[in-house]
Design a protein around this ligand. Structure first.
Ligand SMILES: [Zn+2]
Ligand SMILES: [Zn+2]
Length: 1012
């Protein structure tokens, strides 16, 4: 008997965002188990990660068909939300390109309307390289027809278009669903197929692997929208069907004769057989900039820059430079990376020439001499002893990449440079897909249960509670709420949203629209339908343009002192005054901003860049074994002079991956590439390959050692054991070095230009912690921190270094605009006899009343009087708005208004009114005075008025019942009244117990000083 089967081609995975929670692999695995030969996914309007599906098809031995369920609109003239469904499947390679182009077209601004769409005319122009199938009941064959039938006057043009569409489809899709409209539609399609001599084909419109996944899908849809969708019981069965189940479904439907159905099922196989096997070029797609001349141009670039650096005395005449360049170029040529290095050189030279600040180096590229000479990095591998093979070697299989660091605001310029250099068709951003995390799954399920049943016990509060419990005890919580967690596994990790990868951009030598498709993001930016892993797998080269706050801090400091971001040779990296300063107070120093890192940094008391790199390695978990001894600057004896000498810059400790390469290269005589391969094998704990390399290691070591063979071999073996034990979590020296130089820069500028550095740091602050740290540093350095002040405040933070004062920028004031800021600054050098005169002047330069009010409340006009006094002025200013003698009237009415009546409490309240949070600090106020900024249950967020720091404390309901506290009250809490207590939680039996390992601060006593 022939084993009957069909090809499932109308299929949705979780890439049809929120319309499925089944992953592609589950379908492909199932299809392969059923003995299917081919499979086609047709996601709603997208091609997301199609290459993953192709790879999975190869893995399970299925033929991959490339398809999409696209949306069609009648016309673009008037935006109508018709959005009919149609299936397109690539018949061959050209068809694949054609679908990609349609996909891109459907996202263009004039096409997109709720969904990416193509027009009826564009559909009619699709070639024979694409198979066109009519899809579900949302098909134009049914919906367009209904719309025409509803026309009051017969519209011949529409009818003609409709008939053309009928004729243009290759297959009419019938589905087994038994709701009345579909029964009618199925009958209609059979008639239509006879009329136009078209084949019927069976589509399943599968959305879920099985019944469980279908239930989870329902929950997903109810949980992700605010309105209930209808009755979940009435939904169609969209689960995966075996051949027999499919036949049975049509038998139940009982609309068409079974021989017609069976033929339509067989047509899925006919359709699949008619498609070519698609192939994808996965070679590394490094750029070609000058055709076959890239190498020549690269050599010219190297020679020119080498000469320039040598003549300027930046590098020495030492032939080692030349030798290393030659060796590296041989490797780059072998791995086809010359064009890539050339492009990176052009880009980084452009940036450095135009003073767009960028780091010295990030990642392993610090080891490359070519990168240094051609301005890709600013790290001299000879001076800093970085290792090339860590970056690139001839055995490498992965696409090489070079990540770069920039100030956030400069990143768009760099992207623009790349896009202009390659052209828009060869550059695109990378897709990022959001998946459902554990706790968002809990939230979605609870919400869905509420939407399905309004009396559900899973209220918002209950949901928050379950989430908190899940944090403490995941397994216990799962058994406690079986109704919720029934859906959990089915929804967890399901793809639910799309966005753009935050840092990466792809640039390639091929047209990316044709190669893999492209779509447009919400800002019109071009994005590939492939995520980062898929881009990697298909051989696309990614450029990571990363934002790094420290770059901005250094750059802004330099600009304030009239300089540019420094070149590494311009800085003295051995200045002990700088090291002493950093050791005493590592605050705001790059990489050592967390309290743990800062503490390690202090303990080590660094004296050199090497020391900074070492702390960085040591503070990681891998450094636990040597951390304490290193911090005491103790020297480790490895029982071998050769190894002690090798590790002399790290006090004899093995801290960096590159030390292994150096051991293999310099002592055992391996080539750079071989050394890196052995290092990787050790890191991946591959005993077979390590054993294979062992004789050469021993041979090399013994020949270098002047000890007897037996002893030398023991030494080498002992060290190999140390390597094997620590290799998997060792630090990357090349990377650490580049970053240590940046850490030093922070210390350097902070030491010599403290006011400018602090100002720059505050300007670049990314969050409250940064702001707090910047202000704290200002206090530590005896720099006065002023809120916005008339005659001083700029748009951004600004400073007066001779007076050691930093002024907050107007940017931070709500309702302020750049033009209002400029207007105010135009008045900074004018003398005013009274606030009245200033009001008049401000009216002339167009500062509006709400801006004035906010500025007054923030004490910006302090020199003219206190806040309450100036607010009186403003009241009159508004009152007499349309009066001729406005300013005379104001002056008359102000005569009897007293000055100086604004209390600190009032000023805090005003600051809160304007900014939605307190932004003023009064260091003279007692440390135990707090402003209540937020209350969540018994959890209080309190703003410490003397420091500007927010603290989280718990206050028992029992206490607040007696003495109520509201948001914006000012209270005093005594330090001795704050006690750490074990957190309360419900155990598996539902009993309340107090934790013995997690604590929180609980207030025992407080006083309300000021009610809001
Ligand atoms: Zn559909
Ligand atoms: Zn569909």
């Amino acid at each position: 008997m022939v084993n009957l089967n069909y090809c499932i081609y109308h299929l949705h995975s979780y890439y049809s965002l929120l319309d499925s929670c089944t992953n592609p692999e589950d379908y492909i695995k199932k299809a392969s188990e059923c003995g299917m030969k081919a499979i086609c996914f047709t996601e709603h309007g997208n091609e997301f990660n199609f290459f993953e599906k192709k790879q999975l098809c190869d893995k399970y031995g299925l033929k991959y068909l490339h398809g999409i369920e696209c949306y069609i609109t009648e016309s673009l003239d008037e935006k109508v939300k018709d959005n009919w469904h149609t299936i397109l499947i690539a018949k061959n390679q050209q068809g694949f390109v054609e679908i990609n182009r349609l996909f891109f077209l459907s996202y263009q601004k004039d096409h997109f309307y709720y969904k990416p769409r193509i027009t009826v005319d564009e559909f009619l122009a699709i070639s024979d390289n694409v198979i066109k199938i009519s899809a579900c009941i949302q098909s134009p064959l049914w919906q367009f027809r209904k719309s025409i039938l509803a026309d009051e006057v017969k519209n011949l043009d529409r009818m003609k278009k409709y008939i053309q569409m009928c004729k243009h489809y290759d297959y009419y899709e019938i589905q087994y669903h038994s709701f009345p409209d579909n029964l009618e539609y199925t009958k209609f399609l059979w008639e239509l197929s006879k009329r136009y001599n078209k084949s019927l084909i069976v589509g399943t419109d599968t959305h879920s692997l099985d019944k469980y996944k279908a239930e989870c899908r329902t929950i997903l849809q109810y949980g992700k929208t605010d309105n209930a969708w209808g009755d979940p019981e009435n939904e169609c069965d969209l689960t995966f069907k075996t051949y027999d189940e499919l036949v049975e479904k049509f038998r139940e439907q009982n609309v068409l004769p079974m021989d017609i159905v069976l033929e339509a099922i067989e047509n899925t196989n006919v359709m699949a057989d008619s498609c070519d096997v698609l192939t994808f070029d996965t070679h590394d797609k490094y750029p070609y900039l000058y055709g076959d001349k890239d190498e020549e141009v690269m050599w010219d670039t190297i020679k020119r820059n080498y000469k320039q650096k040598r003549d300027a005395g930046i590098i020495s005449n030492d032939m080692t430079y030349v030798d290393q360049i030659k060796e590296e170029m041989t490797v780059f040529k072998k791995v086809n990376m010359v064009g890539f290095m050339l492009f990176m050189s052009e880009m980084m030279t452009w940036a450095r020439d135009n003073h767009i600040a960028t780091g010295f180096s990030r990642g392993s590229v610090s080891g490359s001499m070519v990168a240094y000479i051609t301005n890709i990095t600013d790290v001299d591998p000879i001076k800093w002893r970085t290792i090339f093979s860590r970056f690139c070697n001839e055995h490498r299989v992965d696409v090489g990449d070079i990540d770069t660091d920039w100030y956030e605001d400069d990143r768009p310029k760099v992207y623009d440079y790349i896009i202009n250099r390659f052209g828009t068709e060869k550059t695109a951003y990378i897709l990022a897909l959001g998946t459902m995390a554990d706790k968002s799954a809990i939230a979605v399920i609870c919400k869905a249960l509420r939407n399905i049943n309004k009396d559900s016990p899973y209220t918002l509060e209950k949901m928050e509670y379950i989430k908190a419990e899940y944090d403490d005890d995941p397994e216990g919580t799962k058994t406690k709420y079986p109704e919720v967690f029934y859906y959990f596994e089915g929804l967890k990790d399901c793809v639910v949203s799309q966005s753009q990868h935050p840092a990466g951009i792809i640039a390639s030598p091929v047209n990316l629209i044709d190669f893999c498709g492209m779509f447009l993001g919400s800002d019109g930016q071009q994005i590939l339908p492939l995520d980062m892993d898929m881009c990697h797998d298909i051989g696309l080269v990614k450029y990571d343009i990363l934002g790094l706050k420290t770059i901005g801090v250094i750059d802004k400091t330099c600009k304030m002192i009239g300089k540019y971001f420094p070149k590494s040779y311009e800085i003295d990296f051995t200045d002990q005054a700088v090291y002493d300063d950093m050791a005493q107070n590592p605050a705001t120093v790059f990489q050592f901003e967390s309290s743990y890192a800062a503490d390690c940094f202090k303990q080590m008391h660094c004296r050199s860049i090497d020391d900074i790199s070492l702390v960085n390695a040591a503070l990681r978990p891998g450094g636990a074994s040597y951390r304490d001894r290193l911090f005491r600057h103790e020297v480790n004896d490895n029982g071998s002079e050769l190894i002690n000498e090798l590790l002399k810059n790290s006090y004899g400790f093995l801290c960096f991956q590159e030390d292994i390469s150096a051991f293999l290269q310099k002592i055992c005589g391996f080539s750079g590439s071989d050394a890196d391969s052995v290092r990787r094998n050790i890191a991946h704990k591959d005993p077979e390959k390590i054993a294979k390399a062992l004789p050469q290691i021993l041979e090399g070591y013994c020949s270098k050692s002047d000890k007897p063979r037996e002893i030398a071999e023991q030494e080498a073996k002992k060290f190999l054991k140390v390597i094997e034990d620590s290799s998997s979590y060792m630090f990357n020296y090349n990377h650490a070095l580049g970053y240590s130089l940046l850490s030093y820069l922070c210390g350097y500028y902070r030491h010599y230009y403290p006011v400018e550095y602090c100002t720059a740091y505050l300007s670049c602050a990314k969050n409250d912690d940064d702001l707090f740290n910047g202000q704290q540093l200002a206090r530590d350095l005896n720099i006065k921190f002023e809120n916005v002040k008339f005659r001083h405040a700029d748009w951004d933070y600004s400073c007066d270094s001779s007076k050691r004062v930093i002024y907050k920028g107007l940017r931070e004031v709500p309702r302020m605009s750049l033009s209002a800021c400029d207007a105010l600054r135009s008045l900074y050098f004018t003398e005013f006899d009274s606030f009245n005169d200033l009001l008049k002047a401000m009216a002339e330069v167009k500062v509006n009343v709400s801006q004035m009010e906010n500025l007054i409340k923030l004490n910006y006009f302090e020199e003219f009087g206190d806040i309450n006094y100036l607010l009186e002025y403003l009241k009159l200013y508004k009152k007499f708005q349309n009066r001729k003698k406005r300013y005379e009237l104001i002056a008359e009415n102000m005569v009897n208004v007293p000055k100086g009546l604004t209390s600190v409490y009032d000023m805090i309240q005003y600051s809160y009114d304007v900014c939605g949070m307190v932004t003023v600090v009064y260091s003279s106020i007692a440390d135990n005075y707090y402003f209540v900024s937020d209350i969540k249950g018994t959890k209080y967020t309190l703003y410490q008025i003397s420091t500007g720091k927010n603290v989280q404390l718990r206050i028992r309901a029992k206490l607040t019942k007696q003495t109520p506290i509201n948001v914006t009250d000012i209270i005093s809490v005594y330090a001795k009244d704050i006690k750490p207590e074990g957190k309360w939680h419900q155990n598996t039996e539902g009993k309340w117990v107090q934790s013995t390992d997690t604590f929180e601060d609980v207030v025992q006593k407080y006083q309300v000083l000021k009610k809001s």
